[in-house]
Design a protein. Structure first.
Lengths: 319, 290
């Protein structure tokens, strides 16, 4: 019961933050930044399930974001599918791909798992870059409008593009966080955390570790895919960078920076690393320097990530 | 036949560089169980520093030596400032630290130098040598020869010198090595310096052929890492074979299948090897003790 109440409290705080933050926005531009934070946070929540719960690393999750993004770009054009349905199709494809490659990949551990997932991500981005006829190559391609804004306008709700995507991404993040928190308290989530602690111990108490790892992998792939779709839809344009190696690294860094053990740590990490470059646009030349330094310093001084470390500083056990 | 020979020449040249990068990975991995994703930046630094030292008026040979020494110092600094303080951290944290270091080095390089492509003259001119209908650049011979010298030198170092044996002992069992009086901290420093120097040397050798800019390190790190994995992580012989195999595979794919997908085939092969032989070609299978 306690855990249940705590979960709703946390989700309530997140929802309140999403609703109240716009009051402090100096300009409409910040709706865009906010929407980007929520989208990144969504894919990071998926990684929290994979890395934080199940203890498996992936350096190729941008590959799934690429599938989701290009599903939204390609399916409406070639299959005549509504962009919203294309997002679901992308999620389905990502899930199936994760299921197929997850089985052999997840037998690997540590660095070997890292290089295998990295290989997958790179293959994905290479296909998107090289199949010019289909994807427009490195120049990218445009994405059809979702049509939601026009629909809302007919209902008498006039929103700017930024405002609408802020709302849509915020709701998507809330749902994503809710699902992840539910998973954490479910038998499956407990099994995942058990195998994170010790695979051998987990298997001796009857947990099917291969199955639980695969489940975490597939779920996190679907998260990344939906985040990729939302990104494509709100930008109206997509390039293969979405599936690139650097994007995978950014996702993992966000998760670990905030604290990969908790959903809200991941969200905090996504918020910081998405907002930081916006702050640094004045010092664009220093962006990489600062990002690299932040990654190193946080890992050395706050190895559990920001949120748990802050929590401990305040005097109670971190989330 | 001529075409095949040509592909083999270019494959061996690129493969020799991959082998050197993989060797760098191997040395650090053996000493510290760390996979250093900043390994590619050492290659980049080797090329970039040589370019700018040469432009500043140093003779090429002196510029190259300077580049190797500076890069080795950066490698040692990386160990002291970022790896040692995080000793005992989980694999994910270490991966992020070294990736952070590579981003940091890249950012610093573009600030200190620039974002342009650079090269310096090849050591023995650019006139291709004809061999049985195919051609080979003199610089390719420098690259291949340089790699062979490094591997032979390291083999002597590990098997014939006390310090080399201390490195092997540390790689084998850190605590046992400490117990017999080996200064494992110094071994770590040595390994990072050595690994960075080898990377820088690779950069110096290959720059006249492939050019250098601040961002060439990422691809090289990934390929070198893949080559090290292919041969079996932590095995110098594996690094050599893995690097050459990867280089040849890429060259043959580019020649006979598709130049766009030459990078892809490398990763497909690696995935296949990992699935069939999860420890690589020369890696020992390990059992986990409970």
């Amino acid at each position: 019961m306690m855990a249940g109440r705590r979960k709703w409290l946390q989700l309530g705080v997140l929802a309140a933050l999403i609703v109240l933050l716009p009051l402090f926005f100096p300009s409409g531009y910040y709706y865009r930044v906010g929407a980007l934070i929520f989208v990144n946070a969504l894919s990071v929540v998926g990684l929290v399930i994979l890395i934080g719960y199940a203890g498996q690393i992936s350096l190729g999750h941008a590959g799934f974001a690429g599938i989701g993004a290009y599903a939204c770009a390609l399916a409406p054009q070639h299959l005549g599918l509504h962009p919203g349905l294309a997002m679901l199709l992308g999620a389905l494809i990502s899930g199936v791909v994760a299921l197929l490659i997850g089985r052999p990949i997840l037998r690997l551990k540590g660095y070997y798992l890292a290089v295998a997932t990295l290989g997958f991500g790179i293959l994905m981005s290479m296909v998107l870059t090289n199949e010019r006829a289909l994807t427009g190559g490195p120049d990218g391609m445009s994405v059809e409008d979702l049509g939601l804004r026009a629909m809302l306008r007919e209902l008498g709700w006039r929103l700017s593009g930024g405002e609408m995507w802020y709302g849509v991404s915020g709701i998507a993040l809330l749902i994503g966080a809710w699902v992840a928190l539910n998973l954490l308290d479910s038998p499956s989530g407990r099994a995942m955390r058990a195998l994170h602690g010790s695979e051998i111990a987990a298997s001796t108490v009857g947990i099917d570790i291969a199955r639980q790892k695969l489940r975490a992998f597939v779920i996190s792939a679907v998260y990344a895919s939906i985040a990729g779709s939302l990104l494509a839809l709100q930008n109206g344009f997509i390039t293969p960078d979405v599936a690139g190696f650097m994007h995978s690294i950014e996702m993992v860094t966000m998760a670990v920076l905030g604290g990969v053990g908790s959903v809200f740590g991941g969200i905090l990490g996504a918020a910081i690393l998405t907002f930081l470059p916006q702050l640094l646009t004045v010092f664009a030349e220093y962006e990489q320097l600062v990002l690299g330094a932040v990654m190193i310093l946080v890992m050395i001084f706050l190895p559990q990530g920001l949120l748990p470390s802050i929590g401990r500083r305040i005097g109670r056990k971190g989330e | 036949m001529d075409a095949l020979l040509q592909f083999i020449f270019s494959g061996v040249t690129v493969g020799a560089v991959y082998a050197l990068v993989a060797l760098g990975f191997t040395i650090i991995y053996n000493a510290s169980d760390v996979v250093n994703f900043a390994q590619g930046e050492f290659v980049m630094l080797g090329g970039m520093i040589t370019v700018f030292a040469h432009q500043a008026g140093l003779p090429l040979a002196l510029a190259a030596v300077l580049a190797i020494i500076v890069t080795a110092a950066i490698g040692v600094a990386l160990n002291k400032l970022a790896i040692e303080p995080a000793r005992g951290a989980p694999v994910v944290s270490v991966i992020i630290i070294t990736i952070g270091a590579s981003i940091l080095i890249r950012g610093a390089t573009q600030l200190i130098f620039d974002k342009q492509l650079h090269r310096f003259p090849a050591f023995s001119g650019d006139d291709p040598i004809r061999v049985m209908g195919a051609t080979i650049l003199p610089q390719s011979l420098w690259v291949t020869g340089g790699a062979l010298v490094v591997f032979a030198g390291l083999w002597l170092f590990f098997t014939r010198t006390l310090t080399g044996k201390a490195v092997l002992a540390t790689a084998n069992n850190r605590i046992a090595a400490q117990l017999v009086g080996i200064n494992t901290g110094a071994i770590m420093t040595l390994s990072f310096g050595l690994s960075a120097a080898i990377g820088a040397l690779a950069g110096v050798l290959i720059t006249p052929i492939t050019l250098v800019s601040y961002d060439v390190g990422v691809a090289l790190a990934l390929k070198g890492f893949a080559a090290a994995m292919l041969g079996g992580m932590g095995n110098p012989k594996g690094a050599l074979v893995g690097g050459l195999m990867l280089g040849l595979l890429e060259a043959l794919t580019a020649g006979y299948l598709s130049s766009q997908y030459k990078d892809a085939v490398a990763f497909i092969v690696i995935l296949a090897v990992l699935f069939v032989m999860p420890q690589g070609i020369f890696g020992k299978s390990s059992t986990e003790r409970v």
